[in-house]
Design a protein around this ligand. Structure first.
Ligand code: SF4
Length: 375
């Protein structure tokens, strides 16, 4: 497949590994921000091929994993209403809320539909004017333009029965939170290429300068990741801390201006809680006042729901790169993809699921069809 197969070439991978080995002289800890990158790294064993001086720390860039418990419980309450068609990407159905998940609500009679685009949900709203159609709008900067477009279209078409339950998060404030957290060991970042293909790179130079960390925009195929690592290690060895684009086939400096305009038309920046991590200032988006009629939290009056994370699950530490999934006592025992205690074991981009799928070969794999990444 063009633009994919050529980025899996083993000969070129070996050459990049040789270059990394020739460059590195001392230990470096790099964080890949995106859960899609984490899966690629674990699936292809990239972390095991690197010289021992280079450690990869898995970051919080899995949108399903960081969606707060509070928001899952709001989704469960809305989805259980008889007048509602609740639409979501497939990954979210198995994410545990306080006492159930969306699959359980569906089993109990809730009208929950798995969709592949918010525009599918919009179509449902057109076809069912007598029902309330709610789309679970989660994700990073990558999914925000399509969700913004859906609500913009709903407004244009006069669809008053279409709302979003919004839990959008943004990468740059998460990098800031990671760098200022006690015990942070991260010395360089592989930034998420798909996020930068939307937003560009304008938000990163100030972060790189202030925290004196290289930030290298990186793709998702094995050669993309090795190239990102090579650039980051080269900067670290030279004492540099720049923003660098190692994913130029997809990322332009100014991103996608039309997508950014659509986001800014519909959303405004807000503080957000990240599951297992806590509140991060200015780390999310919510609908602006002008689009408040399309905000499911307000329409269904679930703003008062409060929750507490289960103590047994250490996903917060996994998401901050403080521990590896295998350091959690529940990993592979009481917590598996079929009996998840935390979202990082459910999502196709979750670090715990990646370790379970690719580092526990004797166990049956979780069926791929239950996973569709939301980015
Ligand atoms: S293995 Fe399960 S319980 Fe442990 S951190 Fe991961 S999701 Fe949470």
């Amino acid at each position: 497949m063009k633009y994919l197969d050529e980025f899996n070439d083993p000969k070129l991978a070996r050459r990049l590994l040789d270059e990394i080995r020739a460059t590195v002289t001392r230990p470096w800890a790099l964080m890949e921000v995106c859960g899609g990158q984490t899966h690629s790294i674990i699936r292809h064993g990239i972390d095991q091929l690197l010289p021992e001086e280079v450690e990869l720390i898995h970051g919080p860039g899995c949108p399903v994993c960081v969606t707060p418990l509070e928001c899952i419980d709001k989704a469960l309450e809305i989805a259980a209403r008889p007048d509602v068609i609740f639409c979501s990407f497939g990954d979210m159905l198995r994410v545990p809320g306080t006492d159930r998940d969306l699959f359980r609500v569906k089993g109990d009679g809730g009208d929950i539909r798995v969709v592949y685009s918010p525009l599918d949900a919009l179509q449902l709203a057109r076809r069912h004017p007598d029902r309330q159609v709610v789309f679970f709008a989660i994700g990073f900067e990558t999914t925000a333009p399509a969700n913004a477009m859906a609500v913009h279209q709903a407004r244009r078409l006069g669809l008053t029965n279409f709302t979003l339950l919004v839990s959008h998060v943004r990468v740059p404030p998460a990098i800031e939170a990671i760098m200022t957290a006690p015990g942070c060991r991260v010395q360089g970042f592989l930034a998420a290429g798909h996020v930068c293909s939307v937003m560009g790179m304008a938000e990163y130079p100030e972060l790189a300068e202030r925290h004196r960390v290289p930030i290298v925009v990186t793709g998702f195929e094995p050669l993309d990741i090795l190239e990102g690592i090579r650039c980051t290690v080269r900067q670290l060895e030279r004492g540099e801390h720049r923003v660098e684009n190692a994913y130029a086939r997809a990322v332009r400096t100014d991103g996608n201006p039309a997508a950014i305009r659509m986001i800014e038309e519909v959303f405004e920046v807000t503080d957000r809680s990240w599951r297992g991590i806590g509140r991060i200032p200015a780390s999310g988006w919510r609908l602006t006042e002008a689009y408040r009629d399309h905000d499911a939290e307000h329409r269904f009056d679930v703003t008062g729901i409060r929750t507490e994370e289960p103590a047994e699950c250490r996903a917060g530490e996994v998401l901050q790169g403080l521990i590896k999934p295998t350091d959690c006592a529940a990993f592979g025992t009481t917590c598996t993809p079929r009996t998840p205690l935390g979202a990082t074991m459910v999502s196709s981009e979750g670090a715990c699921a990646a370790y379970y799928l690719y580092r526990r070969m004797s166990e049956p794999a979780h069926p791929r069809e239950e996973m569709n990444p939301v980015g």
